[in-house]
Design a protein around this ligand. Sequence first.
Ligand code: BGC
Length: 441
Amino acid sequence: MHAVNSHDTNKFLFGLSSLTRYNVHMTQRSDFPDDFLWGASTASHQVEGNTHNQWTEWEFSHAETLARTAQKRLGWLPHWHDFKAQAENPKNYISGEGIAHYQLYEHDFALMTKLTMNAFRFGIEWSRVEPREGEWDQAAIEHYREYIRVLKAHNITPVVTLWHWTMPTWFTDKGAFAKRANLRYFDRYVQKVIELLGDEMRFVITLNEPNVYAGLSYQMGEWPPQIKSNATFMRVFYNLMLAHKRAYRIIKDARPELQVGVAAQLANMQAASPQNPVNRLVVAARAYAWNWWFLNRIQKHQDFIGLNYYFTEYIDWRGKMRNPKTPTSDLGWYMEPTGISRLLQQVGARYKQPIIITEDGLADHDDKQRQWWLQETIDALHDARQHGVNLQGYLHWSLLDNFEWAYGWWPEFGLIHVDRKTMQRTVRPSAQWFSEWLTRH
Ligand code: BGC
């Protein structure tokens, strides 16, 4: 036995203090209610394959440019050399066959059952259901009816997204959500889907991340239709808020039993120098614009809040991001999974409504960090619930590797890896771990 000297004592004490409650990972599934939703998310355009909407057209006209400018845009990423070949290939930017989920959905649901998931978020693709103005595609509607029926036969609760950024080209040709008069087309689509498929549904998400869409498509000019105008951005954001409220009324009038919300992308924003009141003010203003403006307006038009979490942001008094350099995901995004607890507590306190995490995850091709992310997240979700947050579910982004918008195919967010040549699905070790955690008592 060796005597404990003061150096050892210090080491021991330091070890204890760094052992925060987040990295002991004691949380069990039984710490959550039995009916808690555990599952994963997808979006129609990112997985189905062979969709024809405004994104499909943009991909064809922009693939060459995106490939040519990849080095300039992404060369700074720590693992750039690993995906350089892919990112510089125009094919990377074409969603094409997707991952053939439109055909292979039953196989994918069986995988979810194997992984012991009980909830799944997926999208209905407007451009399939109404390919031409006012014409409803019966085969597409039948497809989704069967899709939901099979999902439910697997004992998986459907969480349906009606709009995840993609639209029929006849609608975008008319100016999409930049024109208030166009809202009636969205109303009609919502009405139709609920009339034809509503009996199979339970949770309905009207819109996915209106802030991200309006920002990237109309302010930053990066996504179709690549407009850079603050005025148009604000108009689109405002119209999406109206679109949601109208959709909420349409759905509730037809089927009051459905639970309706949006999937809001919210960031855990923190002052880099919390003792500085100017810094705190700057962060509050930022959080108001990004996180709260939309939710404040639709408070009386939602039954739950869908929360998509990816980002914790340390912001200084000038409004500049001051995030630690590590750890980062394959996309270079700073990762602080436990930030979700703080955010959940804020959302819970502000709106006092049930919350479902409708997305949360990371691009991790080698699956080196996903298990850690999941463990930290589960502890953080438990922590938020202990603080009184009415959290009802966790849906990881994503079930399967999929088409990551303007980045294309190289970022891999899937719990399940997909080989796009063979469409072969392989469960990643982190997903295996998650499933074992879900079944452990
Ligand atoms: C979107 C997804 C996307 C994910 C990862 C979310 O903002 O809803 O469609 O793939 O983030 O970037």
